[in-house]
Ligand binder design. Structure first.
Ligand code: 4AD
Ligand code: MG
Length: 468
């Protein structure tokens, strides 16, 4: 076989170099045709679109073509021609085909189209080869890129916070332990406590639930930073919106207050959605037509509107009134309650019909580091609530006063020995500052219109599931 440079299908489909000889490589999506002519739909992952390969059966041989079935990998050399068929601009008239690998039709699971998303989760090692997951993972890449671009262009520094940590940022006790101790032979002291002196780190260590605390150290030095990394939560929530391993983006900005924080969050999330519309339209269109006919409209809608900014207390009043007016919720609503996603979605989808930033939550339901309001009851928290999702961002202005922070740490029984380094930011050159965390997969749920968070991360980790 002659060697010529491979062209990716995404580039080929834009080409008008009719008559030129090209080489494409990829995986066969389908092959159909007659005794005389065979049509291969070939995909190489560079785009949702396939390129059509037209084969003169007599020329290449019927026997030769037999193993060219769905899933087989091939290299094709041929002539680029303007397509006669509708729905495609160019096609390739094959002069030679090399088969890299076959995919036995009796064994390869991705034969027919229209497998359920549940089934595809069981073959997550192969699902990137479907149109749906190709689209989702291309969008996922583009969103990651947009996030770095947004912050870089604004002069933020990407700061790497540790994955293994000894502190519980959210104080919710949902951490996965990291240990090299022999679990079959755990040494305990006379009180029955485990002695971590002999463990790898010489103390109890876990996977991080958030990079925020270390992010604050960086923000109070470099000014404005963001983290973007994996985070882990051992919360036993089997919902379409929770993962045990997810990615989070956490900007942290010195001298920002809660209002600056809201502005940044709104600008950031709109930038990401605009980026998706500008750079991923082929994939979004596919997902719109396949799964969610209102997807594009919803994405465009969010860009047009200012987000509502509303104190928690006002939000509760709206929800209580809704209940009086006959709205039924699974969980009760009263001042002090941590809102469930049904409440958040009611405010966004039914009441305001646009995203809502809820602020000033009761301090009891929020983390120790949030700035305390004068009322003694609420903290300067902000959650961004989105249609279909509920909470997509959680953040706050931070308590910058050493004494108030220390009191809160003591009130909430947070082990002090883990916090000395964090408190030093308030002991030396403390400044007002604020930040938030965006759940990357929640953003992807919104942008792709997928309904289950397991379908926007390549290999989901959830309770009782760590396959692949
Ligand atoms: O609201 P959370 O817990 O906030 C923090 O971790 C702060 N330290 C962030 C900060 O201020 N720097 O989590 C932030 C976001 C949530 O709004 C949600 O989008 C996402 O992370 N998230 C999850 N996503 C998927 N699965 C889970 N189990 C998640 N838990 C939180
Ligand atoms: Mg939260």
């Amino acid at each position: 076989m002659e060697t010529i440079k491979r062209t990716k299908i995404a580039d080929l489909l834009k080409s008008t170099a009719y008559g030129s000889t090209v080489n494409v490589k990829g995986w066969v999506r389908t092959r159909r045709g007659s005794k005389q002519v065979s049509f291969i739909a070939l995909n190489d992952g560079s785009t949702i679109h396939n390129v059509q390969i037209v084969v003169d059966v007599e020329k290449l041989g019927e026997e030769f073509l037999k193993p060219v079935t769905t899933g087989a990998s091939i290299s094709v050399i041929g002539t680029l021609v303007q397509s006669q068929g509708k729905g495609q601009s160019v096609e390739i008239q094959a002069t030679s085909i090399e088969i890299y690998g076959t995919a036995d039709p009796n064994l390869y699971p991705l034969q027919k189209k229209g497998h359920s998303l549940e089934f595809l989760r069981e073959i997550a090692h192969l699902r990137p080869r479907t149109n749906t997951f190709g689209a989702v993972f291309r969008i996922r890449h583009n969103m990651a890129f947009a996030i770095h671009k947004f912050f870089h262009d604004k002069g933020f520094f990407y700061f790497h916070t540790p994955i293994i940590t000894a502190s519980d940022c959210e104080g919710a006790g949902q951490m996965f332990q990291v240990t090299t101790m022999n679990l079959y032979d755990l040494k305990k002291d006379e009180n029955g406590s485990i002695n971590y002196d002999t463990d790898f780190f010489g103390k109890q260590a876990s996977l991080t639930v958030s990079g925020q605390l270390e992010g604050e150290l960086a923000a109070t030095a470099l000014g404005q930073i963001y983290t973007f990394g994996p985070t882990f939560r051992a919360e036993n929530s089997n919902t379409p919106r929770h993962l045990a391993e997810f990615w989070m983006i956490e900007p942290e900005v010195a001298f920002n207050d809660i209002l600056d924080n809201m502005d940044l969050a709104e600008e950031f999330i709109k930038y990401c959605i605009q980026w998706a519309l500008d750079h991923c339209m082929d994939d979004i269109k596919f997902l719109n037509d396949m799964f969610d006919k209102e997807l594009i409209e919803r994405l465009q809608g969010v860009l047009k509107e200012d987000f509502v900014r509303l104190p928690y207390t006002e939000g509760i009043k709206i929800l209580e009134k809704a209940v009086l007016d006959g709205q039924s919720f699974e969980f009760p609503v009263f001042w002090g309650v941590d809102l469930a996603s049904e409440h958040e979605r009611y405010l966004v989808e039914n009441h305001f019909k646009r995203p809502v930033i809820l602020t000033d939550y009761p301090k009891e339901i929020k983390a120790f580091y949030m700035k305390q309001n004068e009322d003694g009851k609420t903290v300067r928290a902000m959650d961004v609530l989105f249609p279909k999702i509920g909470e997509i961002i959680g953040g706050s202005e931070r308590e910058s006063d050493y004494d108030k922070l220390l009191t809160r740490i003591e009130e909430m029984d947070i082990p002090m020995k883990d916090m000395w380094w964090y408190l030093d930011t308030r002991r030396f050159g403390t400044v007002p500052h604020a930040g938030f965390g965006l759940g990357f997969e929640r953003l992807l749920l919104f942008v792709t219109g997928m309904a289950n968070i397991r379908d926007v991360i390549p290999f989901p980790r959830t309770p009782k599931n760590a396959e692949f």
